[in-house]
Design a binder for this molecule. Sequence first.
Ligand SMILES: O=P(O)(O)OC[C@H]1O[C@H](O[C@H]2O[C@H](CO)[C@@H](O)[C@H](O)[C@H]2O)[C@H](O)[C@@H](O)[C@@H]1O
Length: 251
Amino acid sequence: MAAIPVLPPPPPIDDDCALFLDVDGTLLELAPRPDEVEVPQQLREALAALHARLRGAVALVSGRSLATLDRLLAPPRLPASGLHGLERRHGSRVQRAPRAPEALHRVRGEAVRVAARHPGVVIEDKGAALALHWRAAPQAGGDLQAFARAALPRLPGYRLQPGHDVIELRPAASGGVRADKGAAILAFLQEPPFAGRRPVFAGDDITDEAGFAAVNAHDGISVLVGPLRESAAHFALAGTADVHAWIGASA
Ligand SMILES: O=P(O)(O)OC[C@H]1O[C@H](O[C@H]2O[C@H](CO)[C@@H](O)[C@H](O)[C@H]2O)[C@H](O)[C@@H](O)[C@@H]1O
């Protein structure tokens, strides 16, 4: 098996960059449950300073919903894409995720019953998407993944979204267009103040690979955060503290 190449740290963030940032595992340290993350005040200040320095060209690109991103990180209320590209907000323009189908409500009820057998499992209702978390109950990972795979055929137009100690059921497209973090970044890059800038994207998870591919295709800077693994990213940082130092030095 080929060794995973060691990646260099990213260069400083220049004035002509457009900065895209994943949230959990990149800006925020992973916590046992989604509602237990902590947001350092210094991080808010660095994001606000970068937003001003890059003349607005800073966006969050997350698996969280837009509403949750605002609850966690605003102010500043940054341009953002939520639910792995299904939602996007830029100024007053908001693209919403598809409505949850009736079948998803039934699947959620069944997931809650599965979770009741595994103390520590969290079922996160994100509207159109449903996340099944086992970070605090590692032994439940197999059951939850099997449950999600079995539920998928009942949800036409849905796909599985794997992540760190989580499997999600989420729509594959929004408004008839494929939705992922790469597509969200490319949509931002067509609009001022992002257009014409060199894209930079930092992320840690499988969902972030689409974002790395998108910025690589635009001669951008792709940054894998966390332990090295197979990735399309060209640069790496070891963890959230290094991300804070990197963006803090550029703020
Ligand atoms: O794209 P992201 O911003 O990284 O969001 C991905 C998912 O993050 C959250 O789950 C992850 O973080 C939790 C809090 O640290 C952790 O408990 C969990 O194990 C991780 O998978 C969030 O809850 C999901 O909705 C996001 O899709």
